[in-house]
Design a protein around this ligand. Sequence first.
Ligand code: DC
Length: 232
Amino acid sequence: MSTKIIITIDGTSSTGKSTIAKRIAKKLKYIYIDSGAMYRALTYYAIQKKYISKTHYFEDKLINDLESISIDFKNNILNNRFEVHLNGISVENKIRSLEVSNLVSRLATFAELRKRMVATQHALGNEKGIIMDGRDIGTVVFPNAELKFFLESSLKLRAKRRYDELTLINENITYNQVLKNINLRDSQDINRSNSPLKKASDAILINTDQLTLDELEIKLLSFINPLISKNL
Ligand code: DC
């Protein structure tokens, strides 16, 4: 008999968390939740409303709107992926831009916003059989998760990976802009006082620098399989 568990994957930006989480979820028939997409959707909303930009940050306005904003995930039957929806509309292909990336980490420092995101994330984990990636999933969202991973990778490699992804979707950017953005986000995510990015003491630390995606998958599954095949 297979046991459904909660698996968390945290780590700095562009360590390959979401790529590997998607693969594992597909293999296990688990639900994959990209918690960063929720913060990005909120940032996209705030940009549309002109609450935030490079020059101003009116977080009070966003907090006032919070009750009326819905952020959830729905399965896209065309690609069988859970996509983030903002007020009922998929914003999956709008939230990866450099503009959103440059503003999201600061927005993610606000306690009220985090509280609301964490409540949604908890509800998603009720049924188990879930793999969620982010920054505080193993420490704050699911501190009792059965299995936690923390991925790390060198800054240059992460920037290269992200740059390649962004140029694929035609964003007009330079490698240096991406490097700067990742550096800034890492420092905001690690140094914020509310739910900072850190490894949970019981998380398994994996450096992905020398691993192909297949090797990383084998490694993660070597920890996952014994747990899910346990008879309860
Ligand atoms: O995973 P990502 O790079 O798409 O996340 C975007 C930003 O959202 C990240 O810089 C910090 C924030 N975030 C967070 O604070 N907590 C999470 N659980 C996930 C993301």
